[in-house]
Design a protein around this ligand. Structure first.
Ligand code: AKG
Length: 290
């Protein structure tokens, strides 16, 4: 796909890239209008239910296995719904996400590592129930050690206005420059205070930034940026699309921690094999376009 220079400049500027490198996050454009957000919500919910546009089976780990329950007070996921959903595939191939990721990571090629639909329920309940939707402070790269990658960036697309009232994302300013922290694969640990104590390196400052987004807008955070989110107390679900993308050169790491993403490489994978199509689709350049 060829993307006109004006469109590229509209999507992301040199200042945005410099900010990202220093702070570890970027508030991106509102790429989708109200009608498109409605469509994406519809397709996201179809994905959570395991509804299939193609002949393959859903990637394991989607809520449909136990039945998507909109009233559940647990966070619910559809992992790699691009396998089964035409709209999610189109997003991966559209070029915009991949282009912005290539600028942020300074990488000529970008591949998808993992895609998630995340449903964070918003039912009021007792405090213990509400805290079930807390996402622990973690680094994405710590969850992805099954690969050796020069870098990761995650695009997080809000499918409703999102702020602290509905459990919006928070990042720790500048933590992208603290390196890979030991035992930081802590998405499912809900004790935010204990995690802060564990993950904060000596001599560093913990500054939380809220990623406040309009419906259809996206944020980006680096694979090394510590991030998490508090409970959704809004009474309405918080729905988002997440694309974890890798810089050029990611390979399988047999010494990494178990992750179903590694299983995608198949039973004959060898240490050092490249992550490639079809499991890790190229998001930039698209059709050799620049
Ligand atoms: O949606 C959330 O609250 C957390 C998502 C997350 O950890 C991520 O996008 O990397």
């Amino acid at each position: 796909m060829t993307m006109p220079t004006e469109l590229k400049q509209e999507l992301i500027t040199d200042q945005d890239v410099a900010f990202y490198q220093e702070h570890g996050y970027h508030i991106g454009p509102q790429l989708f209008n109200a009608g498109e957000v409605e469509e994406l919500r519809h397709e996201a919910i179809r994905s959570l239910k395991g509804e299939n546009d193609f002949d393959c089976m859903p990637y394991f780990g989607f809520s449909g296995e136990s039945g998507f329950d909109p009233d559940s007070q647990e966070v619910q996921f559809a992992f790699n719904s691009w396998w089964i959903n035409a709209k999610m595939r189109a997003l991966i191939q559209s070029g915009e996400l991949g282009y912005m990721a290539s600028r942020l990571l300074g990488s000529p090629e970008i591949r998808l590592s993992l895609h998630q639909v995340i449903w964070k329920s918003g039912q009021a309940g007792d405090t213990a129930q509400q805290e079930k939707t807390t996402v622990g402070w973690h680094q994405d790269a710590a969850h992805f050690t099954v690969f050796d990658s020069p870098g990761y960036v995650t695009a997080w697309i809000a499918l409703q206005d999102t702020d602290t009232s509905n459990g919006g994302m928070k990042v720790i300013d500048g933590s992208n420059n603290w390196g890979l922290i030991k035992d930081a694969a802590t998405f499912f640990n809900k004790d935010l205070d204990a995690l802060k104590e564990k993950l904060l390196p000596e001599g560093k400052e913990w500054v939380e930034k809220d990623l406040i987004l309009k419906a259809g807008q996206m944020s980006f955070h680096d694979g090394l940026t510590i991030h998490g989110s508090r409970a959704n107390l809004s009474g309405q679900p918080r729905l988002s699309l997440v694309f974890h993308m890798s810089a050029q050169g990611a390979t399988y790491n047999k010494h990494g921690d178990y992750n179903p993403m590694g299983v995608q490489m198949g039973p004959t994978v060898k240490h050092g094999d490249p992550c490639q199509d079809p499991w890790f689709p190229k998001m930039w350049p698209v059709d050799n376009g620049q």
